[in-house]
Design a protein around this ligand. Sequence first.
Ligand code: AP5
Length: 221
Amino acid sequence: MRILILLGPPGAGKGTQAKEIAARHGLIQLSTGDMLRAAVKVGSPVGRKAKAMMDKGELVPDAIVIKIICDRLEEPDCRRGAILDGFPRNLAQAAALDNVLADKRKKVNAVIELRVDDEELIKRIAGRFTCSRCGEGYNDASKRPKAEGVCDVCGSTTFTRRPDDNAQTMRTRLMVYYRETSPLIGYYFCKGNLRTVDGMAPIANVGREIDKVLGEIKESK
Ligand code: AP5
């Protein structure tokens, strides 16, 4: 089981890259944000607890997200490995992940930090939209559908914007990132598995850079 983590602030491109890395490397993408949004949509007990925190841009309690990830890692499709997008989000979550992997005699193989300027993050979040049917992600500034108003992947003409992608919530999310999540950069640096990639480059270039880093890690083992 290979475990990769994509680390970065809101809008850094974690979801965009995780989806593509998963497809290229035969891994499963585990996005706690997507899983929580699915729980909110169906109105499950987890979703009801998570909604208020997500709307404010604050973190959902650790116990909830740790259980979601630990349960998911037990499923057979994760046997080859997973790319974690949005987890861990603080030191307690990172320690819980280390423990659960240690029980399986596994460890985190690589942590890729996507580094992007704050102004660019705000712009990306303001411009993000998603196909309502297949979930393909787009952006007003950097990735519009080839035919205006029509999803490139499934042809749907309905798109949605996330309720937490507004200016006020985005500022809270960014603050929460610097307060809670950015200490993980030091945590993984000290463990020796942090790699930093320039997330300001175009989407395809960021993907190539991540593949290069993953290739180097494989060779050094
Ligand atoms: P989550 O869904 O994880 O949101 P986030 O971390 O705020 O990250 P985003 O999804 O906003 O950004 P991204 O880095 O994935 O960027 P993307 O690829 O879409 O979490 C939402 C909420 O759930 C949290 O606030 C919290 O409440 C809760 N939560 C989730 N996990 C939790 C946890 N572990 N613990 C507690 N609570 C948790 O890209 C953004 C846009 O930019 C897109 O439009 C894209 O097309 C564009 N773009 C991407 N890359 C580039 C590029 N290189 N150049 C130009 N444009 C680009």
